[in-house]
Write a protein that binds this ligand. Sequence first.
Ligand SMILES: *[C@@H]1O[C@H](CO)[C@@H](O)[C@H](O)[C@H]1NC(C)=O
Length: 425
Amino acid sequence: MTSHALWWTKRGVLFFFCFIDLLKLSTAYSVSDANNIHNLLFNQSGYNTLVLPDYPVNVSVEYNLLTVNSLDLKSQTLSTSGWFTVVWNDSRLAWTTSSYGNIEHIYATEDIVWHPELIVQNSITELSNLGDDTTVRIQYDGEVRWELPAVLSTSCDMDVTYFPYDSQTCDIEVASWGFHTDAVKLIFLKTNLNLQDYRTNGEFDLVTTSQHSSELIEDGLAYSELLFRIVFERLPGHYIMSVIFPVIITAVLTSVTFILPVESGEKVGYILTVLLALAVLLTLFADNMPTTSKHTSVLVVFLTVTLGLASVVIIITILIIRLYHKPDHYIAPNWIHSLVRNFQKSRCSSASINHLDKSAVTENNPATDRSNWNEKNSNLDNIKPYTHYSNKELAEFFDNFFFVVFTVLYILVTLCFTITLSAAE
Ligand SMILES: *[C@@H]1O[C@H](CO)[C@@H](O)[C@H](O)[C@H]1NC(C)=O
């Protein structure tokens, strides 16, 4: 009895596996079935690739972004790799799956089926129809799916005002070519760009993407157009280190000229070197900027202002050296003396200026003894109105004075610059 049952169980298992095999056989792909489908669709029915399947044909398009290759400021181009998925219905390309071994999809090349013509309108390399002997997948209900790979260089109007804290908005514009809106209507396949396979870029962060449809009008005929919009934000780290810091540091070096002693004979050489370094930085940087004058970069303005200030420093330095080397019998114009005197009066508490005052007085009145001077100094309002400073003292005074003025000026300009840039964030 038990052996009999065992025999039947074995039989059952065997039958079960045979049944699975049969099932597999019935869904298996067979070349002859696929051949029959191709014959049915393209030979027997007299398929004409020039005849539109519908009027209008709704063509759904999706853009799948793979990588951003470059976002070039100078040439204002965005280079991307990706592909378009284009889907439409062609009722002539339908078959009954049960009659053809349950085959649900066949593959063909685009040139044997009717297909829309698409161009990327803002491409800067070539303006030709997308697709070049690519494969289309035809589903049993007539849905045709066409995948178009494309490395695109598209123009993109970039705003460099807040470089390197800029963000750029770039569009990829796809338009129907040849068929106007009544014949081919482009619609979006998905609600947004496909970023599933997107690989991040080291220079830019992809912030958002969006889609907009529009129309291209020519001679009263409208052509369907789709815009795929991508917003990038620059990662500024590299530029902070290689552009912003060097510029600020070089700018700071400018005002140091004034504390370099005249005797060293290095003043003009030093400031000219700093000016040259600034000019090189400006040139290097300007080379990477677009030649458009639509947007002015804050960084370029900062560099230009710094360069202008450095030129003023050169002029002042040369005048100070000139004054320093004037012969002793030359007496500077009265207005200079009164300027220095008034300035020192207002800052009478400063020790260094008292010192200057003291030497000035003693030098011009060698007879004055120290106690007498101290007496005078205790009441600065009584400083002799016509005390003359020596040329060297005037030069030193102006050196110190302009050192303070230009340091404050540079701090202000640098603060303005950084505040403007950080406002962009
Ligand atoms: C194709 O037809 C199917 C079924 O009628 C429909 O769901 C689909 O949206 C159509 N596709 C397009 C691109 O119009």
